[in-house]
Write a new protein. Structure first.
Length: 613
């Protein structure tokens, strides 16, 4: 199934308008307000495309496209939509603000107890989670950009007053989310002889290299990174002196929530009291990927061009950027460790902190590697090997391969991969976090890699893989009843998987929306330039130009007006072919081939006429 970003986004918007706008008014439904993560994901399904794609803009009613108006007609007219979005966003900000006026990043019903018969405490439900911090950065930036334009387009006094309230709340929430991400970052230092150290050594050595040699290689590879972490990290984390010991191993990244004993971050912004953390200082691959996705929005061209960050937020953003770069370098180095096969290619990945293994963790490491490959302009070898990992993950996840009877791979999707949230038991029963978005995440990373690749073979493999994964994901839309056209109907592709209740998945719906935005960016890139086609196009152009010059030597009478028009048309096509020969050589070949055919037709007609036939 071909990915058609514009049409598929319109289909998603139409389904959201049908589901969330009851008689033209926004309806949070039974589950709204019970998780800041789910509510942010739901709003991002609308706000992310409207701020990332000019054709989907809703902040200026005068330029709203007709097909966008048609998709959202059940939500309101083009004049009503921006005001309604302001109202909904303001309601979100109020709902997810605690009694002490600080922004709330509660995981809510996304948290589940480790034991089914246990009940989580209200304090646990209200704990902040990295998903909410990261999603809030993206949502707040989208909101601020939206308001920057819309406030100049409306004259309604009630709407302008609400805009002022929303802008102030959004600024505070954005700063609080950035501070929370700083306080959720951790560097975990451990001895090679500890269980965690032995696990990491086995993972890096892949059974081929002794732990002693692995430690030596680790010391050399991460010496500069170790020094940077020790000397440069000052906000939101205490770095243990043990990090300076080269004989210690370490991991860096984001825990699931605010880290226990993480110091408050000094800030001049009025974000309210900074709560104490409960999470153990151990990085989680899943939450690290989520954090990286949100942080990169702070440095996007749009954020910089519109000037969405104030001075204090820019200071916090620089601290987050340092962690963003260091984390990518670390996990990219771990994924490609050694001189032979990569640890990443040894699927499934084994986590050291949680001591779990799953294809989902392999995908998480691959996602960080994709971030790093984009940042540092990857080599063809890195890309080719990463493509192979993606293809194997799709096969092992039974997305591109046949499902067998009682296939354990179905567990990746339903019930999903369950993470123990270490430290949550200090305020109630042990909690877990469930990831069910393996397919959507794999699609997103595949599309991102495809946009990065300028190697024709790798690009074609990735594009075919993306289309296969998208076919699988699109089939999982809910086909009837509540949430029609949204996600996730897991039984459409895995009919024998366990039953699951609860609301529709805004997590997967939002991930698919992100995929469509990424696919649109893929298709707006110039096509890959083929050196062979450039040579062929140049040769064809040379021949066509010569033949055209020869044809123009022949006399053209007034009676032969059609011949003069044909020659003029040929000149225009050749000029266009010359313009495209470097950027789109395939198109230049097609145009020149057509010109050669037309020139031959003219030559044949002239020869026939000269013979008196």
């Amino acid at each position: 199934m071909q990915i058609k970003p514009r049409q598929h986004l319109l289909d998603i918007w139409q389904a959201i308008a049908r589901h969330s706008f009851e008689d033209g008014e926004w309806d949070w439904g039974e589950w709204g307000g019970r998780s800041s993560v789910a509510d942010a994901e739901r709003l991002l399904c609308l706000m992310y495309p409207t701020t990332e794609i000019s054709a989907f803009r809703l902040d200026d009613p005068d330029i709203t496209e007709r097909d966008v108006q048609s998709a959202l007609k059940s939500a309101g007219s083009r004049l009503d939509l921006p005001a309604k979005l302001v109202t909904v966003l303001a309601d979100f900000m109020r709902t997810h603000t605690a009694e002490d006026k600080r922004p709330s990043f509660a995981g809510g019903y996304y948290f589940i107890p480790k034991e089914p018969d246990q009940e989580l405490t209200q304090e646990q439900r209200e704990l902040g989670v990295v998903d909410a911090f990261s999603m809030s950065i993206t949502l707040c930036l989208a909101t601020l950009g939206f308001l920057k334009t819309y406030e100049t387009k409306t004259r309604r006094s009630d709407v302008r007053a609400l805009i002022d309230e929303l802008k102030a709340a959004t600024e505070v929430r954005l700063t609080a989310a950035m501070v929370s991400l700083l306080r959720s970052f951790t560097v975990n230092v451990f001895d090679p002889d500890d269980p965690q150290g032995r696990t990491l050594c086995r993972l890096l050595g892949q059974g081929q290299t002794s732990d002693r040699v692995v430690l030596q290689q680790f010391q050399r590879r991460f010496k500069a990174l170790r020094a940077t972490i020790s000397e440069s990290f000052t906000l939101g984390v205490d770095i243990a002196d043990r990090l300076k010991d080269d004989n210690q191993l370490f991991e860096c990244g984001w825990s699931w929530s605010l880290v226990n004993d993480a110091p408050p971050v000094d800030t001049s912004e009025p974000i309210g009291p900074q709560p104490s953390g409960v999470a153990k200082p151990v990085p989680y691959l899943y939450f690290t990927v989520v954090a990286l996705d949100g942080i990169q929005d702070l440095f996007s061209d749009r954020t910089l061009t519109l000037g969405l960050l104030n001075t204090e937020q820019q200071r916090l953003a620089e601290a987050l950027r340092l962690r963003w770069e260091i984390t990518q370098q670390y996990w990219s180095g771990i994924a490609r460790f050694g001189d032979g096969s990569w640890p990443l290619e040894d699927i499934p990945w084994r986590t050291t902190g949680q001591r779990l293994e799953s294809e989902y963790f392999s995908l998480s490491v691959a996602a960080i590697l994709v971030h790093d490959l984009v940042r540092r302009r990857a080599t063809d070898d890195d890309l080719t090997r990463t493509v192979g990992v993606m293809e194997r993950l799709a096969e092992r996840g039974r997305i591109t391969s046949r499902m067998t009877s009682h296939d354990p791979a179905v567990g990746l999707h339903n019930p999903g991969v369950r993470l123990p949230l270490h430290g949550s038991d200090t305020v109630g029963p042990p909690m877990r976090w469930t990831m069910t978005d393996f397919s959507a995440q794999l699609l997103k990373r595949t599309v991102q890699l495809c946009a990065l690749s300028r190697n024709m073979s790798s690009h074609d493999r990735l594009l075919r893989l993306a289309e296969q994964i998208f076919d699988h994901v699109w089939e999982r839309r809910i086909s009837s009843g509540h949430g029609t056209g949204l996600w996730d109907n897991i039984h459409a592709v895995y009919p024998d998987s366990p039953e699951h209740g609860g609301p529709l998945s805004w997590a997967i719906t939002e991930r698919v929306t992100e995929c469509m935005v990424a696919a649109r960016a893929l298709y707006t890139q110039p096509p890959i330039r083929s050196a062979e086609l450039v040579t062929l196009a140049a040769a064809l152009l040379s021949e066509a130009t010569h033949l055209l010059g020869n044809e123009q030597l022949e006399p053209t009478s007034i009676a032969e007006g059609s011949r003069g028009i044909a020659l003029k048309s040929i000149e225009v096509k050749l000029r266009r072919a010359r313009e495209l020969v470097d950027s789109q050589p395939g198109t230049a070949v097609a145009l020149t081939t057509e010109v050669l055919g037309e020139l031959d037709t003219l030559a044949l007609a002239r020869q026939t006429a000269s013979r008196g036939v």
